[in-house]
Design a protein around this ligand. Structure first.
Ligand SMILES: [Cu+2]
Length: 478
């Protein structure tokens, strides 16, 4: 039932470095790394991972985190685990994003583990600052060795990786204010081009009878929920909505969030031929969200007859909050900062058509709000013309964006500020190049032109990758 990942993975022979598991259930903690995090890093890595149990058994729980070398958890506004996926024999099996969801299978189930499995660590650690650092990716496994009496009472589960962009190394979509309905945007429903190639990436056809026992969603800031449905003989039933619970005071705008997972008694009887489908819904009333995700791994117990028929039985659909507020999400930002209001700055250089503004050393060459000199004044462009931005930091594999944010866009950086809430939406994508899949987040170009149809006014922007980077430009009448 496992679908191969549509990417080539470097396969390495795993050697056992992990502590041996004893005869009874236990918790094992692994520290993967240290990972060298370059200034501004936002790259995707696939690396062999030997940090796994040495004996066969079952994994019943999985809790990921990110720490500095001294064990301290970094602030999410400084360095964060954009995602970590534990790929087992070429199939994504355990995963975490910045919301740090824990997997806790209901009693009686376990992911079957064998030391012969080839594990690959797919991680994307994002450094939001120009300062290099080192981190560990940590994970705690609840492990039941096969030799333990408890193991005999466990049923096997497999992961069904439900993802609205399944098969993409970097499975993202944009949730834009302009595409929403009443402030909400659902992917794929609200994007007519979502599956223009005919591949319904958000669907999976069940290939054996069994029972679904656990599911939890993964979203990015702005995300509200993921939905899982099942279709049989033309009838569709809703199975579960994994909701984002925001601790963030400003609402659905940051990583200060936890998802709900299925309740412990959620058991869905499925038959061969049933079609599962996932979607993700974002709040686009406050901002546009670029490079968003909607993923919902499901634990499936093949052959398990204990589920209830989702069409006729009583299914408990009430979600359980996966965890509480995390202290590393405390810097919300948005307070008064030291930057000027660019609307009050004198005009800078007039850009003639074709001239470029470079980005070098995390600085916009013209109009950077942190630059107190004349070059910090907003460059000027005539209505109908464009400014071309070029990212020179690409040479160091640092990628930047020019993303509209509401003026003055000069307040203190935090996990909830700034956001893509400009008067008019514009976004350059991550300006950069590089080898795939490592550089999949990069737009594979280093330049971008401002829209030529902007009305006169001062436009403020930030870098989505490094939100402390702020800038402005000015459009004047012809
Ligand atoms: Cu940047």
């Amino acid at each position: 039932m496992r679908r191969p990942l549509l990417i080539a993975l470097a396969v390495a022979v795993a050697s056992a470095l992990a502590p041996a598991a004893g005869a009874s259930a236990k918790t094992i903690t692994y520290r993967y790394g240290p990972i060298d995090v370059a200034p501004g890093q936002n790259t995707i890595a696939f690396e062999p991972n030997d940090l796994k149990p040495t004996v066969p058994g079952y994994i019943t729980g999985f809790r990921p985190n990110l720490t500095y070398l001294n064990g301290k958890v970094p602030g999410v506004d400084v360095v964060h685990l954009h995602h970590g996926v534990w790929i087992v024999d070429n199939y994504p099996t355990y995963a975490a994003g910045e919301e740090k969801t824990n997997i806790e299978l209901p009693p009686g189930y376990g992911y079957r583990y064998d030391p012969g499995q080839v594990w690959v660590m797919n991680h994307m650690v994002h450094n939001l600052t120009p300062t290099p650092t080192k981190v560990y990716l940590t994970y705690e496994l609840d492990f039941v060795p096969a030799s333990s009496p408890k193991a005999r009472r466990l049923r096997d589960v497999d992961t069904i990786w439900m993802d609205v962009r399944y098969g993409n190394v970097y499975p993202v979509f944009d949730a834009l204010r302009a595409d929403g309905r009443d402030g909400r945007f659902t992917y794929p429903d609200h994007d007519p081009d979502a599956y223009a190639d005919g591949f319904r990436r958000n669907r999976w056809t069940i290939d054996r009878d069994g029972t679904l026992v656990y599911a939890v969603g993964h979203l990015h800031p702005g995300g509200l929920w993921t939905d899982l449905t099942l279709t049989r003989d033309g009838r569709t039933v809703h199975l579960f909505r994994s909701r984002a619970k925001y601790f963030e005071p400003a609402g659905a705008v940051s990583w200060d969030v936890a998802m709900t997972n299925t309740p412990p008694d959620w058991r869905v009887a499925v038959r061969k031929g049933d079609v599962l489908e996932v979607s993700g819904t974002y709040d686009v009333s406050k901002a546009s969200w670029y490079e968003s995700m909607a993923i919902m791994p499901v634990a499936f117990a093949p052959g398990d007859p204990s589920g209830v028929d989702p069409f006729s039985g009583r299914l408990n659909r009430r979600g359980v909050l996966n965890h509480g507020h995390l202290p590393e999400n405390d810097n919300h930002g948005g307070g008064p900062g030291g930057l000027p209001d660019p609307r009050r700055l004198r005009s800078g250089t007039t850009i003639t058509q074709g001239a470029e503004v470079t980005i070098d050393g995390f600085l916009y060459a013209l109009g950077d709000l942190s630059n107190p000199l004349a070059a910090g004044r907003p460059p000027v462009v005539r209505q109908g013309e464009s400014i071309t931005f070029r990212n020179l930091d690409d040479a160091r594999e640092v990628w930047h964006t020019i993303t509209a944010c509401k003026a003055p866009c000069n307040r203190r950086t935090g996990i909830a500020y700034p956001i893509a809430d400009g008067e008019v939406d514009f976004d350059s994508g991550e300006l950069g190049t590089g080898p795939l899949p490592r550089a999949a987040a990069a737009a594979q170009r280093t330049t971008w032109q401002t829209p030529a149809d902007l009305s006169p006014g001062t436009y403020t922007y930030f870098c989505r990758v490094h939100p402390f980077m702020r800038g402005a430009f000015r459009v004047v009448p012809r």
